[in-house]
Design a binder for this molecule. Structure first.
Ligand code: DGJ
Length: 732
């Protein structure tokens, strides 16, 4: 796991103060700046990798744009930073002092362009980190107050990027609880397009801090120059795309400054969260693959590990936890070939037993009326069945009805002068992570659970409330506006301590479903829960959107019951399994309510998933046919890095008689090798015509395969759903 803490270790430094262009490169991309001493730094180019000769020519001809426009002398066009100096002056005019390169605490190369205001002792460093072996460059800013008294930051974007106008389209994600990560694609028009989060704790439930910009018109998954940007922050953010009357759109991204002016003490340095930039000329698909590779290498816990196939208890029993029920679920998942059982909410509480969502958060002691032998006995039971055991917690929260709140009423986020504002269950409260005592509590919750349950394999870490009632008793009167920022610093500090103490345990990032996938928190987690909506059809859309920015290895995707608990739609178990298999496969169901036939099918699906798990979880994603395009079907595939193996998923999204669906052409294969096709999770009475046959990658990518619209099954088994999983193996 990589540290995301801003403090950088200066291991080796080379300093220059010339007019030479600063050329930051990755294998396929270049970011070119000019940093002339005494002048404002200029961003000249971001895109496909330049040769040194091109870089020199570009530097000679391009005028470029101020790389970090500051408010004060510039007032009418977009600015990235705004400061009120100790004397009340609101102007800022930074000029380059030097440029240096160093190696950070994780051994990664950083280039810093250092500036100082021409009148005031305020220093700003523009920092760039290229991640070796990927096409991702982090960009962030470090602002240091050298004045004798505090200054106030009212705008402090992580980065500014000018994007040449033309026919530029934005791709981003929007939604709500149980409807997360809907893909939205729109052209940039004059005005300001803002993507904003104000939740305080869950910053991806409604919108996401990751975007793509397609430079050549309507976004295409296979072609076109495309920029990707992912803000590595877990708190409130703001992404602005400003289109004024100039030749460029201005991209500004960073912490949402609303209600968060930051007082920078004398000598203090404020580091903004990094904005990860990537570029591909292979369209939105190319950008996704760049981000996924980066995530799998640098931004996830245990990227090398195969994720286990699990059964989670939530939709199966909700709060109705008891020993016999947990044993039965473990027996069932083990008998279907699963590898892990996770006991969700409802297992804890002393004075206040957790029988619904209105009590007990914070009281992380086993409810022995439900589990008389305790949780350690469940871990042992799981081991006796050959599977791992996981447990649910929500450590950043409490309820008004809890022993924790009775003991520490001052530990919650609230204005000192008002009654607490409650959330879920009418009683939930957010603990004040800015307070070090609360950070200690959160760390201790995890330490104690791991100590009390030797062999515990997995933790599901949930967070079901945003910040309301702005206030922190810990921060004191002069730092109330730091609440959102300090809350997140506190969370990261706690997570850092937890991961240092428990590097091996698997932890899932969950927040009312998919409320938290972002690249600030993910380095501490192995995976995330995509949504509380487990309906397979809606998941086709949500997983499609989520996959724009996050890799399949991290996307928890579960087979749930029929009818589905959120949409009440009934889909066959094959469709549910085929959709779940395109991410990290799991189950979210009461197995004892399944028919034997469904269990047999799931046993087969789990065995099949084990065959393709390395490709799904560690391979490259190619999106083939978007459900959002309304063609009646969706299709995606994964290809392993050597292009030896691939798996194609195909889902019908609507059914009409005499329907005409597009034939899907494949992608990412070696055109000159042949691949044998095998259908997995097959239900048809007869094999597909191409079963066991080999085709060249070229044929598959230029012509595709004709996938039947329906399944050939016995009459009484016919229904309106259809899906396919095809395994492709290169002929040796
Ligand atoms: C919200 C999560 O998203 C669900 O999966 C489940 O863990 C519940 N919380 C439990 O309260």
């Amino acid at each position: 796991m990589r540290s995301t803490l801003p403090a950088m270790l200066l291991l080796a430094a080379a300093t220059t103060a010339s007019a030479a262009p600063v050329h930051i490169t990755t294998p396929a991309t270049s970011l070119l700046l000019e940093a002339t001493e005494g002048a404002a730094p200029v961003i000249l180019y971001y895109g496909a990798r330049l040769t040194d000769a091109d870089a020199a020519s570009v530097a000679a001809v391009e005028k470029g744009h101020n790389a970090y426009p500051a408010y004060g002398l510039i007032t009418q066009t977009p600015t990235a930073i705004s400061i009120t100096h100790a004397d009340g002056d609101m102007t800022l005019d930074p000029a380059v002092v030097s440029t240096d390169t160093y190696t950070d605490a994780d051994g990664l190369p950083v280039t810093a362009i250092r500036m100082r205001d021409r009148k005031y002792p305020v220093d700003i460093a523009l920092c760039y980190r290229a991640y070796p072996g990927t096409d991702v460059i982090d960009t962030w800013t470090e602002i240091t107050n050298g004045e004798r008294r505090p200054v106030t930051l009212s705008r402090y974007a992580s980065a500014y990027l000018p994007v040449r106008r033309g026919d530029v389209w934005l791709s981003h994600l929007a939604g709500s609880w149980a409807n997360e990560a809907n893909l939205v694609q729109e052209p940039l028009r004059p005005g300001v397009k803002s993507i904003v989060n104000n939740d305080g704790t869950r910053n991806s439930q409604t919108s996401h801090g990751e975007i793509m910009l397609s430079l050549d018109g309507r976004p295409d998954d296979r072609a076109g120059r495309t920029i990707g940007a992912a803000l590595e922050y877990g708190g409130n953010y703001r992404i602005d795309l400003v289109t004024d009357d100039s030749e460029h759109h201005s991209l500004l991204a960073g912490i949402n400054e609303a209600n968060s002016p930051y007082t920078l003490a004398r000598g203090e340095t404020f580091a903004t969260p990094p904005l990860a930039l990537t570029y591909s000329d292979r369209g939105t698909g190319g950008v996704s693959r760049n981000l996924h590779r980066w995530a799998r290498r640098y931004k996830l816990a245990h990227p090398e590990r195969d994720r286990k196939i699990l059964l989670n208890s939530w939709e199966g029993v909700y709060f109705d936890i008891n020993e016999q029920g947990m044993h039965a679920m473990m027996d069932d998942i083990a008998s279907m070939g699963g590898e892990l059982f996770v006991m969700d909410d409802g297992w804890f509480g002393g004075k206040y037993p957790r029988n619904n969502d209105s009590t007990s958060l914070g009281d992380w002691t086993v409810d022995t009326t439900k589990l008389p032998s305790g949780t350690a006995a469940l871990v042992d039971y799981a081991a006796s069945k050959g599977i791992g055991f996981g447990i649910w917690i929500e450590p950043e929260m409490t309820n008004t009805q809890s022993e924790l709140y009775e003991k520490h009423p001052d530990w919650i986020v609230r204005s000192a002068n008002r009654e607490p504002v409650t959330g879920r269950g009418g009683t939930q409260l957010v603990l004040d992570m800015a307070n070090p005592a609360v950070q200690d509590h959160v760390v201790k919750v995890v330490d104690d659970i791991i100590a009390a349950n030797p062999g515990l394999d997995y933790i599901k870490w949930d967070a079901n409330m945003g910040i309301s009632n702005h206030g922190s008793t810990y921060l004191g009167a002069d730092r109330q506006s730091h609440l959102y920022i300090e809350w997140h610093r506190g969370l990261i500090k706690a997570l850092d301590r937890i991961r240092k103490a428990h590097p091996d345990i698997t932890i899932q990032l969950c927040a009312s479903g998919g409320g938290r996938p972002n690249y600030a928190l993910l380095p501490y987690f192995d995976e995330f829960w995509v949504s509380d909506n487990t309906d397979a059809l809606q998941r086709v859309y949500m997983q499609w959107g989520t996959g724009y920015f996050f890799p399949a290895i991290a996307m928890a995707s579960h087979i749930s019951s029929k009818p589905n608990h959120q949409t009440f739609r009934t889909t066959p178990v094959k469709y549910r399994a085929d959709v779940a298999m395109s991410g990290r496969l799991g189950m979210e169901i009461q197995p004892k309510d399944m028919t034997d036939e469904e269990k047999d099918f799931c046993r087969r699906a789990i065995a099949d998933y084990k065959l393709i798990r390395p490709v799904v979880q560690h391979g490259d994603l190619y999106r083939l046919l978007s459900p959002y395009d309304g063609h009646g079907a969706a299709s995606l595939m994964y290809v392993d890095e050597p292009r030896d193996e691939a798996v194609v998923f195909w889902y019908k999204t609507e059914t009409f008689h005499n329907q005409h669906l597009p034939r899907v052409t494949l992608d990412g294969l070696d055109p000159d090798r042949s691949y044998t096709v095998t259908e997995l999770t097959r239900i048809d009475n007869e094999p597909l015509p191409f079963e066991g046959r080999a085709f060249t990658g070229r044929y598959l990518m230029e012509n595709g395969l004709e996938i039947p619209y329906t399944h050939k099954v016995d009459y009484h088994k016919l229904n309106d759903w259809s899906s396919r999983v095809l395994r492709l193996q290169a002929v040796k």
